[in-house]
Design a binder for this molecule. Structure first.
Ligand code: C5P
Length: 236
């Protein structure tokens, strides 16, 4: 495939069209952002680590029967993916309480959540990604009820797959965010699964090994991402 013009540039990735209208190229940049883009920093090697980590996880999910947009790595910071029609919603699952859940509901940090909590958010920076439910999604036409059900089904199935994958590497999957889209009438996992969009804690020490190191100014961001990749055996 041949890379063509830029389609969209997000906070950490740039998306390019290709000569095949059904394929896009994702470029994982070294940028890391938090708080609706108010805090931005570049970390050398982060784009490459995220690109390779995402490829590793997407391949695990595909092998477990989840339809994903991922096709193949193209270079250190680029991957080829299917061109989805993205739903403007974020699907979040929480296994342990932290982050915005604790701020919104005043619940204690670090509680085991059983059953896990599922939340939808609207992707809208100007509105600060408000929480929504399935009725908002259907009523405003962001996705159909059938597509909503499929997103929930895949998001929970991914929880089972990844909780055990990470636990095998001594890591607790605290929470994560996924985005889906439509590809030829099917609901397919899009966007990325990286340490920018999930929380992972060391199972023994509960040390944070994810983007919270950046959000909270703890330092050692790239070192933490490399440590997770090393524990999982992700080729970097
Ligand atoms: O901030 P909050 O606690 O709602 O985040 C829940 C999970 O979703 C975290 O793993 C966070 O990294 C991820 N998330 C994300 N992008 C957003 C909001 C949350 O990746 N815009």
């Amino acid at each position: 495939v041949e890379k063509q013009s830029e389609l969209y540039s997000g906070k950490a990735k740039t998306v390019y069209k290709t000569d095949d209208p059904a394929r896009l190229i994702l470029h994982f940049r070294d940028d890391t952002s938090a708080f609706d883009g108010q805090k931005i920093e570049q970390f050398s090697r982060k784009g490459e680590i995220n690109n390779k980590f995402n490829a590793f996880i997407m391949e695990k999910l595909a092998a477990a029967g989840i339809p994903t947009h991922f096709e193949r790595l193209l270079s250190a910071q680029e991957s080829l993916v299917k061109h989805l029609e993205m739903f403007p919603v974020e699907c979040v699952v929480r296994n342990i309480s932290t982050g915005s859940l604790c701020r919104r509901l005043g619940v204690q940090e670090g509680l085991d959540l059983e059953p896990p909590v599922f939340e939808f958010f609207l992707k809208n920076d100007a509105l600060h990604d408000p929480m929504i439910n399935e009725y908002h999604i259907c009523t405003f036409g962001w996705a159909s009820m059938e597509q909503v059900e499929r997103m929930k089904e895949y998001t929970f199935k991914i929880n089972d797959i990844l909780k055990s994958l990470f636990l095998g590497a001594g890591l607790l999957l605290v929470d994560y965010k996924l985005e889906f889209g439509d590809y030829q009438g099917q609901v397919v996992l899009g966007d990325e699964f990286t340490l920018d969009g999930c929380r992972l804690w060391d199972v023994e020490t509960r040390e944070k090994l994810d983007k919270d190191r950046f959000r909270q100014g703890l330092g050692g961001v790239v070192e933490a991402y490399e440590e997770v990749a090393r524990r999982l055996g992700t080729p970097l």
